[in-house]
Design a protein around this ligand. Structure first.
Ligand code: SF4
Ligand code: SF4
Ligand code: FES
Length: 240
């Protein structure tokens, strides 16, 4: 059992001179896409560049575009793709370092920009803050919290291409989880920052990000909820 694999190759920071190389790769029943590129590097072409770390769906470093969709390759079995051929490309909307390895700085710069760190209201308190499991706050935050910063959503969002300052789905989703958290003290600062076309109002609600998130997160849902919070924040500021 084997499969034909086409890989987009590029040797510099621009992909103007890219080419596709084709390889024949043997498969086992459980081969995933990361196994396939590892096989090529180990046995057919040691110059093939790509990135991964945990191989267990935790680190978010193995993302690539496979058959036209951004995926975490260590958890994407070849069988599940139901195709006789694989086309593997680097994530779109990122500068390419080499072949399938992209520069993640645009993603993490935006992630940091929204103050993605928790800013405690009571940094010196020794008491644990308590948030009930069935509270609205908990129910709002829980579905959005498991992001592994794989960058798939940013690479799938068309707004990132057309609006160069757009902060992107993962950064805005992260900001939402902190704004909704009553223990955090930087919520108003983030609401001011995201009240712009580069923030919540830039999203066109196309759900591309939601469609590719391997953790089942819907950044679109977080952004819609954030828009409602922005309206409340604006009223509060107007009447204060
Ligand atoms: S829903 Fe918004 S953030 Fe998600 S891909 Fe579409 S425009 Fe981008
Ligand atoms: S929201 Fe989902 S797709 Fe986006 S970076 Fe986080 S885990 Fe990846
Ligand atoms: S290698 Fe860590 S998530 Fe795939």
């Amino acid at each position: 059992m084997g499969i034909t694999v086409k890989i987009r190759r590029c040797s510099g920071h621009t992909d103007d001179n890219f080419r596709f190389d084709t390889f024949e790769v043997p498969l086992t029943d459980n081969s995933n896409v990361l196994d396939v590129v590892n096989y090529i590097q180990n046995n057919l072409d040691p110059t093939l560049a790509f990135r991964y770390s945990c191989r267990a769906g935790m680190c978010g470093t193995c993302s690539m575009r496979v058959n036209g969709k951004n995926r975490w390759t260590c958890r994407s079995t070849v069988k599940s793709l139901r195709s006789k051929m694989l086309t593997i490309e680097p994530l779109p909307h990122y500068p390419i370092i080499k072949d399938l390895a992209v520069d993640m700085r645009p993603f993490f710069d935006r992630y940091r920009h929204v103050r993605s760190e928790f800013v405690s209201k009571h940094p010196t308190s020794k008491e644990f803050a308590k948030i009930q499991p069935n509270s609205k706050e908990r129910r709002d935050i829980d579905p959005q919290i498991e992001c592994i910063t794989c960058g798939c959503c940013y690479g799938e969002c068309n707004l990132v291409e057309t609006n160069s300052g757009y902060l992107g789905p993962a950064a805005i989703n992260r900001a939402f989880t902190l704004i909704a958290d009553s223990r955090d003290s930087a919520g108003e600062e983030r609401l001011d920052l995201l009240n712009s076309p580069q923030g919540a109002w830039g999203c066109h609600t196309q759900f591309n990000c939601t469609d590719v998130c391997p953790m089942g997160i819907s950044p679109t849902r977080a952004i819609q909820k954030l828009k409602r919070k922005e309206v409340g924040h604006a009223f509060k500021k107007f009447f204060s």
